[in-house]
Design a binder for this molecule. Sequence first.
Ligand code: GLC
Length: 418
Amino acid sequence: MSDTHADGPQSGARDPLKLAPEDLAWWQDAKFGLFIHWGLYAIPARGEWVMHREQIPAEEYAKLASVFAPQAFDANAWARLARDAGMRYSVLTARHHDGFALWDSPASYGQFTSVATAARRDFVAEYVAACRAAGLRTGLYYSPMDWRFPGYFQPRELPENAALMKAQGYGQVEELMTRYGPVDILWYDGGWLAHKGSDRDAAWFWEPEKLNAMVRRLQPKIVISPRSGWAGDFGIDEGGHAATGPIHEIPWEKCCNLNRPSWGYNAQQDLMTADEVIRMLVAVVSRGGNLLLNVGPDADGVIPPAHAAILREVGNWLARYSEGLYGTRPGPYQPVEARTVAGRYGATQKGNRVYVHVLDWGDEAQFVLPALDRRITGAALLGGGDVPWTQTDDAVVVTVPAGARPPTPTVLALTVPV
Ligand code: GLC
């Protein structure tokens, strides 16, 4: 299966397909995005892999398109919710592994699109317009592989059929890159073949360098995910497991599900709490990453109210503490994971401030941080007041007595010379 946890190739000679660091800066500043998995699979409500897992024949699965006619779909409502949650970008599954395109796609094999079937709507067009209106950076997810093609499962035995799938992939990527104005993110997923090996192992077939050279020509500044078989502009850590270890060396993104059972809408619900989302966000950002948090709207296009409520709760927290997140870079302290006497925290920095994201205050009134190479001129709790501090060559000690400690996660800001 795909090498989904790879951070992508490290340094070496500069890859001409990669974005220049200054063109990736907005993405690194943004920190928090909304991932949206939505398509026909919302109807059976057993996740986006239902067609493959349950071995539903393509013709049978295709019947879902004749009843997929969401009445409540409102891209503006999705975009507003993302803003309310404090998100700065969004990524929608324009087409997942089932092959159903949410736009008017001439290249779609068999015209398996939301425009040619019951819905008769170009959801990608509506979504892109809504993101722009809400001031969200716009991302599109695209899966080159498509379960409808036997050639996907047997590319060497059925080369002609596999070639049809490849032609569809190139054609659809070109459509997405030319019909909707500037797109900020192209989020490939599934550059594999037959669910085997890594994306890179399938590069002989997909020729991702060729595909992405076209993308760069059409959208020179677009941020590209690493899952087409080419390294891309950032690394991905997929899944709800904790973000651990030191600050990553390359830009990266954690993607995970608000509703744990699947990416696409699922009748089964096991939601992350707002507190879990916030802690995940802090853990990721203090390691140099972005968090792309996924929701699966239902068959009618609605993000379930319980999910939306959690996102708004996260937004309320961010309204108070976001100064320590957006636009920052990780450090100068490495994240401290295990609960120690000195507590648990991660750090970010921007301008004349170092932000210490306190995940656990520890047991002492004194919160002890390692030495800092700059002289501190002030310490304050974001949304609270100044706090007493001392600095020696060995440590920075901030004193916040138990009664004066805001609940964690909270943010301590140290003022330093720029
Ligand atoms: C996996 C799954 C897919 C999901 C994706 C999100 O690759 O195949 O269903 O879209 O992860 O990162």
